[in-house]
Design a protein around this ligand. Structure first.
Ligand code: MG
Ligand code: ZN
Length: 234
């Protein structure tokens, strides 16, 4: 009897939830850039949608690490305690809005000091990788400058450029191929939405980690009914 009986297909165990890590530049991505630098909490202004984006990422299981150049410290514009204070208050505000920033790493050096941590060098990313045991080639980085993209590319991160902050101005010049971001989006909110969707799609389709979605062309609006536009003139 058993031969012809319907047999259920074997149950596929749920795929292990993969924790994703995203590096975020701070000024121009999370908060408004200021030509005279963000020197105190009163000068810190979240960009529209940034808090919601951080909440979305946190709820979707992402870890967020801020990596930021703060040369104002070694330029003696502000003490490091002032930068620490801004970062701490930023983290508290993010927390209140349902998000979470796991760590903030910053470079205090001036460009002339030629340090390893000032972006476009990838020192901060390497530091985070050591500290948190991260596979950098599976991490994302979001920035508003080619220096962020360059740092990410140097260690194999997936790179996303936003048009906020210095983004649009940076995009006026075409970068060398090695500096091109994998994805360009309007702002942090769009970046978060895109990343969460791309990751969900990858998990649903069982696409291996090594094939994380990159170099996906931006979606352009296409008319579903191309004939309808001229239908009135017969
Ligand atoms: Mg920036
Ligand atoms: Zn540095």
């Amino acid at each position: 009897m058993g031969n012809g009986a319907y047999r259920r297909p074997p149950i596929v165990p749920p795929k292990e939830v993969v924790v994703r890590v995203v590096f975020l530049d701070r000024d121009g991505v999370i908060n408004e850039n200021r030509p005279d630098h963000v020197k105190s909490w009163s000068e810190f202004q979240f960009l529209p949608g940034a808090l919601e984006a951080l909440r979305l990422l946190h709820e979707a299981g992402w870890r967020a690490i801020v990596v930021t150049n703060q040369a104002i410290i070694h330029r003696n514009i502000v003490p490091s305690a002032a930068v620490d204070d801004i970062n701490q208050r930023m983290r508290e505000a993010v927390e209140i809005h349902g998000g979470h920033i796991d760590a903030v790493l910053y470079c205090p050096h001036r460009p002339e000091e030629n340090c390893e941590c000032r972006k476009p060098r990838p020192g901060l990313l390497r530091q985070a990788a050591t500290q948190f045991n991260l596979p950098l080639d599976q991490c994302y980085i979001i920035g508003d400058a080619y220096s962020d993209i360059q740092a990410g590319r140097a260690v194999g991160c997936r790179t996303i450029m936003v048009k906020t902050g210095r983004g649009l101005q940076q995009m006026m010049t075409a970068p060398p191929l090695s500096l091109r971001p994998h994805q360009v989006v309007r702002d942090l909110a769009d970046a978060a939405t895109w990343m969460v969707r791309a990751e969900r799609r990858r998990q649903l389709l069982h696409i291996p980690d090594s094939d994380l979605p990159i170099d996906v062309p931006p979606i352009t609006p296409v008319s579903l009914f191309p004939w309808s536009s001229n239908s009135s003139s017969t």
